[in-house]
Write a protein that binds this ligand. Structure first.
Ligand code: G4P
Length: 305
């Protein structure tokens, strides 16, 4: 699967972001907790070399908690302030503001040494499309306002959100474009819904998800789509008809997709299974966490270093 796409409008978005970065002290970089490497853009480190930095592993509610813990350890060991978040939960607001303060501490101390008092820290949110930037900003503004969206060219005056008496956040996020450094990165972005689906062959993506889950989260597919085959009901299944038990853990991915479509009765008008539609369902359910909490990347993955 080869996905590579750098839309022209991103050049403009990037230039805008570089301008905005000049206005801030702190960069709040939002990454997807399921793919902390693939949802990053290494150029940001160069662009914001002199800035304070906070990494938010967003959508942590969808990610595998043990793997998220490994990422947090890694960033902490590198002296980077990091927080896992679920931006859809308003109760997380105070924890986020506390992380802002931790990340801003070096500037506060510098100001103090220079005898400067009560100078607000200015922050800006950046991240790849669909990572949760607008949701996160809305959480901090405490209101559910219309999404800012990713449409460049919608120029507005700079507005600052006063998150606390000493912390201002730019209300427009910076949009980073992911780096397609390897096929694996493109695949991970597609699996998590970070690239527009128009460009993605859905059935092929579904095959990749099936193979990934069977290798890394054995039993997860079966539990979702064939719960009657799960351990608890094994006896009952054997008592009925063993031939009905479909071991989707062993079949080729395309056969698994056909089995899922048959089981769910996702059919074409003539009665044949509609694997294309089933692929869309599987991808959607995977992305929204219906199959379970899954992470695609761990810090030690050699393909990502
Ligand atoms: P963006 O500005 O970076 O492009 O992303 P945006 O906030 O529009 O969020 C993209 C999608 O991700 C939205 O879902 C949003 O609800 C969801 N999202 C953001 N943060 C989190 C999180 O921490 N956890 C989870 N589970 N989802 C998150 P959507 O399907 O596009 O819209 P809707 O479901 O809100 O209607």
């Amino acid at each position: 699967m080869n996905i590579e796409w750098y839309p022209g409008h991103m050049t403009k978005a990037r230039r805008q972001m570089e301008e905005d970065l000049k206005l801030v002290d702190l960069i709040v970089e939002i990454r997807d907790a399921r793919i902390p490497m693939s949802s990053a853009n290494p150029d940001l480190i160069r662009m914001g070399a002199d800035k304070l930095r906070l990494i938010l592993l967003n959508k942590a509610d969808l990610a595998d908690p043990t793997k998220t813990a490994l990422w947090i350890d890694k960033y902490r060991a590198e002296n980077i302030t990091v927080l896992e978040t679920d931006s859809k939960l308003p109760k997380n607001r105070n924890q986020i503001l506390a992380a802002f303060e931790t990340a801003a501490r070096p500037k506060r101390e510098r100001d103090k040494r220079r005898g400067l008092k009560n100078r607000p820290v200015r922050a800006m949110v950046v991240g790849i499309p669909n990572v949760g930037k607008s949701t996160f900003i809305n959480l901090l503004t405490r209101k559910s306002q219309a999404k800012t969206g990713n449409k460049p060219g919608v120029t507005r005056g700079k507005q600052w959100i006063h998150t606390s008496s000493q912390m201002d956040l730019l209300d427009t996020p910076g949009i980073l474009w992911p780096k397609f450094e390897s096929e694996e990165v493109g695949l991970h972005l597609a699996m998590c819904g970070a690239i527009s689906d128009e460009r993605i062959p859905m059935e092929e993506l579904a095959f990749q998800i099936i193979d990934f889950l069977r290798e890394n989260y054995p039993g997860m597919l079966e539990q979702r789509y064939f719960p009657e085959n799960s351990k608890e009901s094994n006896e009952a299944a054997e008592a009925n008809d063993a031939s009905l038990k479909v071991s989707i853990e062993e079949k080729p991915a395309h056969e698994v997709l056909t089995e899922l479509a048959r089981k769910r009765q996702i059919l074409l008008p003539g009665g044949q299974v509609n694997t294309e539609r089933m692929a869309e369902i599987l991808v959607t359910e995977f992305r929204s966490g219906k199959l379970g909490r899954v992470s695609l990347e761990v810090p030690s993955d050699p393909a990502l270093i």
